[in-house]
Structures are given as C-alpha cells and as structure tokens.
Write a protein that binds this ligand. Structure first.
Ligand SMILES: [Zn+2]
Ligand SMILES: [Zn+2]
Length: 287
C-alpha cells in the first residue's frame, strides 16, 4: 500500500486568524493560545506524493513550521490571492543565496490550463516566469494526470470552472482522496468522485447559524450568489459519501471557536453518522 498522509498546513480561509489589528475574542485567543485558535491561510501538503497545494500569504512560515524535507511538486487550485500570494516561498526556500555559482533547488509546479489562464490575466504568471528564469521552479502547464509516490493526481474543474479540485488515486490499490481547496459554489459532485476514502473540503459560509438556525447573512447579500453555504456543502458531502470528511477554509469573521467546531462535528456524527473533523493548523490525517 502506498503511504499517504494529508497535512493541513493552513486551515484558515481568505481571512487568517488572528487578523492583523483585530481585537475580537477569537483573535485575542489565537494570539495568546495559538493552535487550534490560530489559523493560517489555506494550504495542504500531501505526504506520499509529497505535493504542496497552494501558497497563501503564510506559506513560508507554514512550510518551515511543517519541516517539509522534500517537496516533489507544487500544485495550484485557482488564482485567488488567499491561495497564491505567498508564492515567493518558492524563491525564499529554493534559491541558493550563499554560493556562486548557486546550487538552487528547482521544484516543478504543475498548473492546469484553466488556472494558468487566470495566472496570465492577473499578473501571477510573470512572478512564476521570474522564478523559472532563475531556476527556482519549472512551470508545467498541464492537466495530464501526475504520478508521484505511488499516487495518481488528477485535476477536476468545479462548477466554478476556473477552480480545480484534486483527486488522488492509489496506483497499486483502490484508495482515493479528494481535495477541494475552495469555491464549491453550484457544484454537484460527479459520480466519478463519489465514495472516496477521504474528502477535504472548504466548509462554506454559515448563512444561517448551524445551532440556532438564526439567519446570519441577509438573503439578498451578493456573497450568497458566489459562495457555497454550509448547508449546500453538507448536501455535497451527502452526495459524495466519503468515508471521512475534513472541513477547512475556516474564516475569522465568522468568529466560531474551536469548541463550536468540536460540537458541530459531534452533532454530525450523531445525526448523520459521518466521520467528520474540522481542520486546525498542523492536523495530519493518515489514510
Ligand atoms: Zn480561498
Ligand atoms: Zn478578530
């Protein structure tokens, strides 16, 4: 059996916890206690194939904290700044600033054409060409399956077609893992992705309070026409029917505590019989 462990480098969303300058209780606890209150931006390392998915602002700090000895490849889910703006990690980590001529590390970065198109439009591609010219990365614009460490990784576009989820399939076995970093709005999981052993998903917005049922986001708010809600995400999990579910991309402005998430997971276990965990930074899920 091929080894696989999913390490949550960052369990936060577009707004990390603590948020700079914020004096709310959540941020105060995050500063004082750290994990599980503190959440850095969305990023995952998959041990086995050794791939790093997305580089949020905190990427340098996350990669160092996790003490990752080898990164076989970098992958990107989509262009949004909370998933790409720490891309200079590749330069800080890989460049050999001490010697001449330098012996820099070069990491292959695989980016599917639908994601690279936005990298070009949003000025992100230029930053990768700069790193490529200096030998820190090699960019492969491709959506061909990638075989690494006994696993095949395939990018699957979501309903928001500028975003990909990743399916990891064991080459000499039957285990499968689905990792979707963000942007599940409007998605109906295709049959090919159902019944995976593990699904890592963004938790979606609490438009309605998950315990009291009180409406938190007005029904006319434009965000509800671009972001999946918690209830919509639960319907996706219902259809996906994974053996195990891990929710991430947890936002500071929602102000839910680690205790709240523990209670919510317990409720889902009781009511729906799901094996479900809310991620925290540094969580490692062994398959
Ligand atoms: Zn995001
Ligand atoms: Zn705060």
């Amino acid at each position: 059996m091929a080894h696989l462990a999913v390490e949550i480098l960052g369990s936060g969303g577009a707004v990390r916890t603590p948020r700079p300058g914020c004096t709310c209780d959540l941020c105060a606890n995050a500063r004082q206690i750290g994990i599980p209150w503190a959440r850095t931006g969305p990023s995952i390392f998959v041990h086995g194939p050794n791939v790093l998915i997305d580089t949020p602002e905190d990427s340098c700090y996350q990669v160092d904290r996790a003490n990752l000895p080898n990164i076989a490849a970098g992958l990107y889910s989509h262009w949004h700044p909370d998933h790409t703006s720490g891309r200079r990690m590749w330069e800080t980590r890989n460049a050999d600033f001490r010697h001449w001529p330098p012996h820099s590390t070069n990491t292959p970065i695989y980016i599917a054409p639908n994601v690279w198109r936005d990298f070009e439009q949003m000025g992100i591609a230029e930053a990768f060409r700069y790193k490529e010219a200096r030998g820190y990365v090699t960019v492969h614009v491709s959506d061909a399956p990638l075989d690494l460490g006994g696993w095949r990784i395939t990018a699957h576009a979501l309903a928001e077609t500028y975003v990909n989820a990743f399916l990891l399939e064991e080459l000499d076995g039957s285990r499968r893992v689905l990792i979707a970093m963000d942007e599940l709005f409007g998605w109906t999981p295709p049959a090919a992705l159902c019944g995976v052993d593990l699904a890592v998903l963004p938790k979606g917005l609490f438009d309605v309070h998950p315990f009291s049922g009180q409406r938190l986001i007005p029904i006319e708010h434009p965000i509800l026409r671009s972001e999946a809600t918690w209830e919509q995400t639960l319907a996706m999990v219902d259809r996906l029917a994974p053996a195990r579910t891990v929710f991430m991309h947890i936002e500071e402005p929602e102000s839910f505590t680690p205790d709240d998430y523990g209670q919510l997971a317990a409720q889902l276990r009781t009511k729906r019989g799901w094996d479900v965990t809310f991620a925290y930074d540094t969580l490692v899920i062994e398959l």
